[in-house]
Unconditional design. Structure first.
Lengths: 317, 283
């Protein structure tokens, strides 16, 4: 098997993408800056940073702390809101042939639904990713994804009003007692796929100020340091699908992917797509490099098709 | 937005200069694109490095004929210490040029250039451009101590008007660069001040310039993860042309800002009148 002969096509819900690689939400802006380093139409999808109904400043600085093989961020989902996105960013992405997975978030169910209604039928939109790791103002500020019932409610509210052609993915947080329960609730509510995982909450203390290094105290850990946790989450949820405790849907795996080998690990654990996040900050050209490396890793193991490798880590001894 | 190149750059020289290192890289295509105020980022270590965030440096010199750029490395943590120890012949992962450069005057002006420590690195290409346009420059260079001054001799080659200050008095006068600022603006009849330094110093420069009713353009050095505009960590509150304050990125909108437009006192907070502050629950 030669690398160039490997079929990299991969699912996004029930649709098919030319390859499994995406950017991770919040790590590639709306694509304009990254396009200087990577042709956006060469990616399976471009996942936008999370779009909310209204302009949002994001949090105070410092928003960043480097950690061993990773970083903490407390950015706070800044953006100009859905109107500016639909007017200025989406047409630009569509013109470049990008398949856009639009990450959205609201603080109430109605906000999620209203966002989707603005995105239905817009050119370039390949799917919706629900960032349900933002605080739910109706539920004491807890994350929607912290509990199966609120996760179910968001996915159901969104799926009801989303163009049936568009896959809806729910992005899950690792900071829960049982990620399989949350995953099950999302799929039962109609999620066409699961994005796994969001950052895990962490902290760094600055020894000069003797205070937390981030203005907000805590921040989300991303990068290779998160990878074993992300792989564990993907593996557990895929196992629950194999055991028929969760209806099978594609998993978009993410958390510290930096190389083709990392992408293959996620695939073997059960992901049928992979997203690159923090690695973009180190190497904005990472997506194409990782695709090349993944192709070579698959070929070296005799895989003719990317999807043949999905979940193979679960096979019986 | 700058149109940067991403390449493996060969280290030609890495030589100490006081507390700093001057790092000269072969970077074909970069010097032609570089303008005063642009910066470069370097990755620390190879593809398995545990330090993922790129380190940012002003482009100190750009030589299109030699195809080289020079950066000044101030070793402050593990990553910059590693880069300061770069050996000739090794190659570094470089992205450059980045950022929005200094606005240049259309014709001859008198400009005061003010910097603290290694931050002066960003000012010398600018000084040459101002002089090429028939203008004149004066410098105020300061640092904590003599070994932390950068470019005093370079400045003296460009002009007689060079003031040097150190906090401990180990070189030049004892004091801060802002102490003689107002007087120096008057002495060379400066119509514009350009500055590089830490935030508190830039704030003071911006405020003094505003009081004197001269323009100020300041190059900030904010903590950033990517340098290319995608991580959203390096923001500052800045008043836009439309009068609306927003968080803007130091890496793409900056690193050069109009000193009168940065809301210095609000750095580290979400001021209630910032666009989108209401969504953060700030009011």
């Amino acid at each position: 098997m030669q690398p160039q002969d490997v079929d990299l096509s991969a699912p996004l819900g029930s649709t098919v993408l030319p390859n499994p690689l995406s950017t991770a939400a919040g790590c590639a802006g709306y694509g304009r800056e990254l396009a200087r380093f990577v042709p956006l139409d060469a990616l399976g999808t471009v996942t936008t940073k999370t779009i909310m109904p209204y302009p949002r400043s994001g949090r105070a600085t410092p928003r960043l702390a480097e950690t061993p093989s990773g970083m903490l961020n407390s950015i706070g989902m800044p953006g100009s809101g859905i109107d500016a996105f639909v007017r200025q960013e989406l047409p630009w992405l569509a013109e470049r042939g990008a398949r856009v997975l639009v990450s959205i978030a609201g603080e109430r169910l109605e906000e999620f639904a209203a966002l989707v209604e603005r995105l239905n039928g817009q050119p370039g939109v390949a799917g919706i990713e629900l960032n349900i790791s933002c605080p739910n103002t109706a539920d004491r500020g807890l994350f929607f994804a912290s509990n199966p019932a609120t996760s179910y409610d968001v996915v159901r509210a969104v799926r009801k009003v989303t163009d049936p052609e568009l896959p809806v993915y729910a992005k899950l947080s690792p900071d829960v007692t049982s990620i399989t329960e949350i995953a099950a609730a999302c799929v039962q509510a109609g999620a066409d796929g699961l994005s796994m995982i969001n950052t895990a909450l962490g902290m760094v203390v600055d020894l000069e100020t003797m205070r937390p290094a981030l203005a907000d105290g805590t921040g989300g850990l991303s990068g290779p340091a998160l990878r074993p946790i992300a792989l564990r989450c993907v593996y557990q949820v895929h196992a629950a699908m194999l055991a028929e405790r969760i209806p099978p849907v594609p998993i978009l795996g993410m958390g510290g992917i930096r190389s083709g080998r990392d992408a293959l690990e996620f695939t073997l654990a059960g992901a049928s797509g992979v997203a690159v996040g923090t690695a973009l900050f180190n190497d904005p050209g990472a997506p194409l490099r990782i695709l090349d490396e993944l192709r070579a890793e698959l070929a070296a193991r005799g895989f003719a098709k990317y999807t043949d490798a999905v979940g193979l880590a679960h096979r019986p001894l | 937005m700058a149109n940067p190149l991403h390449l493996r750059a060969e280290v030609l020289r890495c030589v100490p200069d006081g507390a700093y290192h001057r790092l000269v890289l072969r970077a074909p295509g970069v010097p032609e694109r570089a303008r005063p105020g642009h910066f470069a980022t370097l990755a620390v270590g190879g593809p398995d490095s545990a330090m993922l965030l790129r380190r940012a440096f002003s482009i100190h010199r750009a030589d299109p004929e030699a195809g080289t750029i020079e950066l000044v490395v101030a070793a402050r943590g593990a990553g910059t210490r590693r880069l300061a120890a770069a050996e000739p012949g090794e190659s570094l992962d470089l992205i450059a040029p980045l950022g929005t450069p200094f606005p240049l005057p259309d014709g001859p002006v008198s400009a005061l250039l003010v910097a603290e420590g290694h931050h002066s690195a960003v000012l010398f290409g600018l000084a040459a451009e101002i002089q090429r346009r028939g203008g004149q420059v004066g410098f105020i260079l300061g640092a904590a101590s003599a070994d932390r001054l950068l470019g005093v001799a370079q400045a003296r080659e460009l002009t007689r008007d060079v003031l040097v200050l150190t906090a401990d008095g180990s070189a030049g006068m004892a004091g801060q660069v802002t102490d003689p600022l107002a007087q120096a603006v008057g002495a060379i009849e400066a119509s514009v001040v350009y500055a590089g330094g830490p935030i508190p110093m830039l704030r003071a420069v911006g405020e003094i310039a505003a009081e004197l009713e001269v323009r100020s353009h300041v190059a900030v050095e904010a903590a950033m993860a990517c340098g290319v505009g995608i991580c959203m960590t390096c923001v500052l509150p800045v008043v836009g042309e439309d009068g609306v304050s927003r968080f803007v990125r130091s890496c793409t909108d900056g690193p050069v800002f109009d000193g009168a437009r940065v809301r210095w006192a609000d750095i580290g907070t979400v001021p209630p009148d910032l666009e989108g502050a209401a969504a953060m629950g700030v009011s």
